[in-house]
Design a protein around this ligand. Structure first.
Ligand code: ZN
Length: 132
C-alpha cells in the first residue's frame, strides 16, 4: 500500500491525473507515457573519474547522488556502471524515457491532516505515522 497526497506531486503526473475523482474499491490499469511519468531522457550518460568520489563511499549501480553545477544548482544523478577508474553516471531518472504501467486498487481515501498539507506528503496510512 502506498499513501500519497493528491495534488502534491508525490506520484508521477500521469498517474495522479488518472486517479482524480476515483472512489474506494476502484481498480484500474493506468498506462502513463514517459512524458507524463519520469520525463523523456534529456541528457546522455557521462563518465566521472572514480577518484573524484570519496574513497570511503561504496559505489554501486543504481545509487543516486547529487552533483552541483557551476550555477550552484543541485541535480540528482544515478550510477549506471563503474570500474576501478571511472564511474558512468546518468542525470536522467532510471525510468525516464520509459512508458509506465500501473495496476491500481484504491483501498482508502481520507482528508489530509494540516501537517501533511504543510509538508506536502502523507504521514502513513492514518496520517499519524512518523516520518524522516
Ligand atoms: Zn512530513
Amino acid at each position: 500500500m502506498l499513501p500519497y497526497l493528491h495534488g502534491a506531486e508525490n506520484i508521477v503526473p500521469g498517474l495522479e491525473a488518472a486517479l482524480l475523482g476515483r472512489s474506494v474499491g476502484d481498480s484500474l490499469e493506468v498506462e502513463v507515457a514517459a512524458a507524463d511519468g519520469y520525463g523523456e531522457r534529456a541528457s546522455k550518460p557521462f563518465k566521472i573519474p572514480r577518484n573524484q568520489f570519496p574513497p570511503d563511499v561504496e559505489l554501486e549501480p543504481g545509487m543516486d547522488f547529487v552533483i552541483e553545477n557551476d550555477q550552484g544548482e543541485q541535480r540528482v544523478h544515478w550510477v549506471m556502471e563503474l570500474d576501478d577508474t571511472a564511474v558512468l553516471v546518468d542525470g536522467n531518472h532510471p525510468l525516464a524515457g520509459i512508458d509506465l504501467f500501473f495496476s491500481v486498487e484504491i483501498v482508502g481515501i481520507r482528508d489530509a491532516t494540516e501537517v501533511e498539507l504543510d509538508h506536502g506528503h502523507p504521514h502513513g496510512p492514518d496520517g499519524q505515522g512518523h516520518h524522516h
